[in-house]
Design a protein around this ligand. Structure first.
Ligand SMILES: Nc1nc2c(c(=O)[nH]1)N[C@H]1C(S)=C(S)[C@@H](COP(=O)(O)OP(=O)(O)OC[C@H]3O[C@@H](n4cnc5c(=O)[nH]c(N)nc54)[C@H](O)[C@@H]3O)O[C@H]1N2
Ligand SMILES: Nc1nc2c(c(=O)[nH]1)N[C@H]1C(S)=C(S)[C@@H](COP(=O)(O)OP(=O)(O)OC[C@H]3O[C@@H](n4cnc5c(=O)[nH]c(N)nc54)[C@H](O)[C@@H]3O)O[C@H]1N2
Ligand code: SF4
Ligand SMILES: [Mo]
Length: 707
């Protein structure tokens, strides 16, 4: 709605509320929500004052008021009346819904198998500290439910990075504008971290060189000086090849190495095994490219690397991140505020997580931990005790979890009691016994940290909950009361929870109060403007140094010194499998969806058009596939139907299918996670979404114009 054209409706009362984008995105934008007459959100905008948001929101969130007021919102609690998966439900009252959950949870906790039969399943519907990391955790801790190991996205990279650097702290994104060389390594910045882009452009305008390292030619690669396309899952080899050249040519920063690193002789020895020729073969690159990149990286200052999650969704994903994270210490790039590496800033927020989550409420010994990336196995294989109840919130596992065939088989179990707390009728909802209507970000209060900048951002409830929707905290308060949990913390208000999160003595939080945040909307952590965290070493590792040698990895049976761990499924590492399924599938973040969020909304569906798979002209020709053909991608785990986009954006041997579509909105009724596997990463127990061999065959010819 155009607010300028409102002169003829003088009775309208407009108000601007400060909010935060809740989605799983590094940018955590500060938003301004325009509310009409106290109950309708009519506009959302980026806060022009916020140094990274700079007044813009991405295409996903720019019309958030439409998501909030969508006619497709779930309005009341629902009880299943059809078969699991059918999606037939009848409206019931909150009281009846909570009665049923209480009865099931009580009978399970009182059974001989106990409360570990109950599994919460949540991830990143919102990243709010209040709505997704407090009352929910307290409730399941007090219940004694199985713990969920939240590995589906970032645990491999986090563990790999921490083994090298010590904590998820890196270059301040606000300094990127001063860099002279930027490597965008396994990140599609314009799609998944768009508010970093103006800083990349600023650096470019000042003469910086920007290089993308990604098996796919992304829209980010289109805008850069150079695109290097290694085979998926080979980044550790590439990084070791760069080190080989740097050491061989004496381009390392000896002083930094000697003073601030541990194990540099070991790493030098390891790198010597990775000649440019050997690495070129592993990565499918020219040796010359590796030599040139190494020289450029070692001789340009400031040089900064932005890594995201692309490289970690492979069998060796943890080690890949660990290895790349060694590079800045080798060339002394950490000396500059605009140099170093950035994976995530989340480790810079010293909040009181124990106060939020209350792990002390758990019984002793603590309940078992189940890995969310193994949901298919958890629900279908022998477990002692078996999972008999699943409580899903802030996640859509039927669409986003790997090896979907197994996940759906598990969700179909008649003896599994499934609760789903959701805004929309997702694929997961179709398998629920009870569905609870959830609020959107505009209807709830929250406090946000960020993983792509150094600001805390407040989210005020802009409007009251619509229809019968309730937020997560309120729902868990009600459940806690029914279960008779009388601990004081179950009566905390959302504001009190936010205050508890901020209650620490850490200097980075000094002066940051809830009142101040509500007044200003967002506040930067107390870290210097020229934050150069490791200019003088001081790594938060056990040795205080950048650890090329890691005793803790060695103690857990992993290689102590970086090395290349090949993909589980690739031509080189699994030739027999590759003879049947020769194409390496990568299913990265799509531009208009955010994982499976937004993938049901009209504007975003129009933007993404249809589920597609990019295939190189050589590979397409070998299969008689033309641009626009309807194809089937398959492997031993499953199959899905897509439209072929024949393009050199996918290198030969690699196919790319941006994700995550809803199954029920996809032709054939299944999405790309039919093909991904439940194999885990080397470090961190992460999912390996991009480590999957597939074959693609033509189903029928194009019926429409090519894309
Ligand atoms: N528009 C949009 N934004 C998002 C999301 C979304 O779904 N849509 N998702 C959000 C979430 S949850 C996350 S975790 C982040 C993810 O943010 P990113 O990490 O940027 O996203 P991905 O698409 O997973 O991977 C980035 C790039 O890595 C490439 N890649 C795949 N395998 C490899 C490899 O082995 N090596 C290298 N070098 N590159 C590889 C992919 O082709 C892709 O272009 O984005 C967040 N932002
Ligand atoms: N093939 C493939 N699969 C992937 C990925 C990929 O790149 N390729 N990416 C992976 C990654 S990086 C991630 S992080 C995961 C993400 O997977 P999920 O965490 O499941 O994320 P979404 O698909 O966005 O689903 C979040 C759901 O939470 C709901 N929600 C939002 N806010 C709230 C709230 O306040 N309360 C409640 N109760 N619900 C809410 C939304 O409506 C939405 O349906 O997917 C992974 N799956
Ligand atoms: S999804 Fe990311 S870029 Fe888009 S509005 Fe939210 S925080 Fe900003
Ligand atoms: Mo993610």
């Amino acid at each position: 709605m155009d607010l300028q054209n409102t002169n003829d409706t003088p009775a309208r009362k407009l108000e601007i509320i400060r909010a935060a984008c809740p989605h799983d995105c590094p940018d955590t934008c500060a938003m301004l929500v325009t509310v009409e007459d106290g109950h309708t959100a009519v506009r959302v905008a980026g806060d022009p004052e916020h140094p990274l948001t700079r007044g813009t929101l991405c295409t996903k969130v720019a019309n958030y008021e439409q998501r909030t007021h969508s006619p497709d919102r779930i309005k009341t609690p629902l009880r299943r009346v059809g078969k699991k998966g059918e999606g037939r439900f009848a409206s019931i009252s909150w009281d009846d819904a909570l009665d049923e959950i209480e009865a099931r949870f009580r009978s399970l906790t009182e059974s001989t198998e106990g409360a570990e039969t109950i599994l919460p399943y949540s991830y990143s519907g919102t990243l709010g500290l209040v709505q997704n990391q407090s009352m929910d955790r307290r409730f399941f801790h007090r219940l004694g439910a199985s713990q969920l190991d939240r590995t589906i996205c970032a645990s491999a990279g986090a563990a790999g990075y921490e083994a090298t650097v010590g904590a998820k702290v890196g270059t301040d994104p606000e300094r990127f504008g001063d860099a002279r060389l930027i490597l965008l390594w396994g990140t599609n910045t314009i799609t998944s971290n768009v508010h970093l882009w103006p800083l990349v452009l600023e650096a470019k305008h000042k003469g910086a060189r920007v290089i993308v390292i990604d098996p796919r030619r992304t829209r980010t690669a289109d805008q850069c000086d150079e695109h290097i396309a290694p085979l998926p899952g080979t980044d550790a080899a590439l990084a070791l090849g760069l080190m080989h050249v740097i050491f061989a040519e004496g381009l390392e920063d000896r002083d930094y190495l000697e003073r601030h690193t541990l194990g540099h002789a070991d790493l030098r020895r390891r790198a010597s095994e990775y000649s440019p020729q050997r690495v070129a073969e592993i990565c499918g690159l020219e040796a010359e490219t590796i030599i040139r990149l190494a020289r450029l990286y070692a001789t340009t200052r400031p040089a900064v690397i932005r890594i995201n999650y692309g490289m970690q969704r492979h069998a060796g994903g943890g080690m890949a991140v660990r290895t790349v994270a060694c590079l800045p210490a080798i060339v002394g790039a950490w000396r500059d505020a605009a140099g170093g590496i950035l994976l995530s800033t989340s480790g810079a927020f010293p909040l009181n997580y124990d106060a939020l989550e209350r792990p002390d409420l758990m019984p002793d010994p603590r309940p078992r931990m189940l890995n969310m990336s193994l949901l298919g196995n958890v629900l279908t294989k022998q477990n002692d005790p078996p999972v008999r109840a699943l409580y899903v919130y802030c996640s859509n596992p039927a669409a986003i979890a790997p090896e979907q065939g197994k996940v759906l088989e598990g969700l179909r179990r008649e003896d599994l009691f499934t609760v789903v707390h959701e805004l929309f009728m997702t694929d997961t909802c179709d398998y629920a016994d009870i569905i609870l209507p959830a609020t959107s970000q505009l209807e709830q209060f929250d406090l946000h940290k960020a993983y792509g900048h150094l600001y805390l951002v407040i989210n005020e409830a802009a409007i009251k909950p619509l229809d019968e929707a309730k937020c997560n905290t309120e729902t868990f308060r009600l459940l806690a009361a029914r279960m008779g949990f009388d601990d004081e913390c179950f009566r905390d208000t959302d504001e009190e929870i936010a205050r508890q999160a901020l209650a620490t003595d850490h200097p980075a939080l000094r002066g940051i109060t809830l009142e101040e945040l509500r007044e200003r909307g967002w506040m930067r952590l107390n870290v210097p403007e020229t934050f150069a965290p490791f200019a003088e070493g001081n790594f938060p590792t056990p040795s205080g140094k950048c650890e090329f040698y890691s005793a803790s990895l060695e103690a857990s049976g992993l290689p102590a010194v970086p090395e290349f761990i090949p993909p589980r499924e690739s031509k080189r590492s699994a030739p027999r499998l590759a003879s049947k399924y020769p194409l390496a599938l990568v299913s990265p973040a799509s531009h208009a969806f955010l994982n499976s969020s937004f993938a049901n909304l009209p504007k975003q569906l129009r933007q993404e058009k249809r589920p597609f798979i990019e295939i190189n002209p050589q590979d397409a020709a070998a299969r008689g596939i033309n641009d626009g053909d309807h194809v089937r991608a398959f492997n031993e785990r499953g199959a899905c139907e897509l439209t072929a986009v024949v393009s050199t954006r996918a290198r030969e041997g690699v196919v790319v299918s941006p994700s995550v579509w809803w199954n029920k909105l996809s032709p054939g009724g299944t999405n790309i996670n039919q093909l991904s596997s439940q194999a885990l990463t080397d470090i961190g127990g992460g999912a390996t979404f991009y480590d999957a061999l597939v074959e693609v065959e033509r189903l029928s010819m194009s019926s429409r114009e090519p894309a």
